[in-house]
Design a protein around this ligand. Sequence first.
Ligand code: SF4
Ligand code: SF4
Length: 81
Amino acid sequence: MAAKVKVHWLIDKCPKPQDCGKCLEVCPSTVFVLVATDRERYKEPENWVIIPSFELFCTTCNKCIDICPKDAIKIEIKEAE
Ligand code: SF4
Ligand code: SF4
């Protein structure tokens, strides 16, 4: 069976992803999504997280890891059982 890819984004190393966003731009498979965690009507959100929502499409090209200045992304390859 094919290996399964798990993409981890580490919030401790990237507390303000909205100020960078390089991983979002570089990923050819659009794996990452930037999401506001404090959404209120008529108010600009201040807190954001990156969710690797589409890790299923990750090709393990490592472009996100290479471009990340904070070492905040890890790719884990799990052999399927
Ligand atoms: S390894 Fe490549 S395909 Fe996978 S999340 Fe990073 S940039 Fe996207
Ligand atoms: S490239 Fe790294 S530092 Fe920049 S938003 Fe993505 S995870 Fe955060």
